[in-house]
Ligand binder design. Structure first.
Ligand SMILES: [Zn+2]
Length: 65
């Protein structure tokens, strides 16, 4: 496992119209989670998804040790 294993989601379907969005416009690590902000180019809908990466806890433990 590498510390930068989290490449993030992509082609996430728009929550409103279902159009796949190639990549999030913004991502923010929060603890062992990453918040991703998506903006649909078709309907301009903006929404957030949260991904949980268990390995991020290992990374933080490694840094704290
Ligand atoms: Zn949309």
């Amino acid at each position: 496992m590498t510390p930068h294993a989290a490449t993030g989601p992509h082609n996430n379907p728009c929550a409103q119209c279902g159009l796949p969005i190639a990549k999030p416009v913004w991502s923010e690590p929060v603890g062992c989670r990453v918040h991703y902000d998506w903006i649909c180019v078709a309907c301009d809908y903006e929404f957030t998804t949260i991904a949980i990466y268990a390995e991020r806890q290992d990374v933080e433990h490694a840094i704290a040790a």
